[in-house]
Design a protein. Structure first.
Length: 126
């Protein structure tokens, strides 16, 4: 068993966020960990409380979307930011990419903005 395997068993929510604001820019890495609604000491996000609230509210739908009809998304560009979220959410493995390439992706980004680090550009403001 690896340390990563141990980690998801210790925390109900254990997510690592890799954020780049522009291609080739410095990568920011953050962590959100929580059990029983309480943040763990390992959290490194600027506002871990808001990030946990966003994950609790939207995580299931955003990390594990249900199949459905294709979505109509506005063709607007919100910026070059990309965030990759990996780890564990309530016993399920997460690997989710966030961008701001169209209206649907911008909405996902805004819903999870506190999880994406709160650095310049992460709020989804256009």
């Amino acid at each position: 068993m690896t340390a990563a395997d141990d980690s998801h068993r210790r925390h109900e929510i254990d997510l690592t966020i890799h954020l780049t604001e522009t291609p080739g820019a410095t990568e920011y890495v953050f962590r959100l960990a929580a059990s029983d609604g309480a943040l763990a000491e390992e959290c490194t996000l600027p506002d871990s409380t808001a990030a946990l609230a966003a994950v609790q509210q939207h995580g299931e739908d955003i990390f594990f979307p249900k199949p459905g009809p294709p979505k109509m998304c506005t063709q607007q560009y919100g910026g070059p930011q990309v965030a990759v979220v990996t780890g564990w959410f309530l016993g399920r493995e997460v690997h989710s990419t966030f961008s701001r390439t169209d209206g649907c992706e911008i909405a996902r980004w805004r819903a999870m903005a506190p999880l994406l680090g709160g650095v310049a550009g992460s709020t989804g403001a256009i």
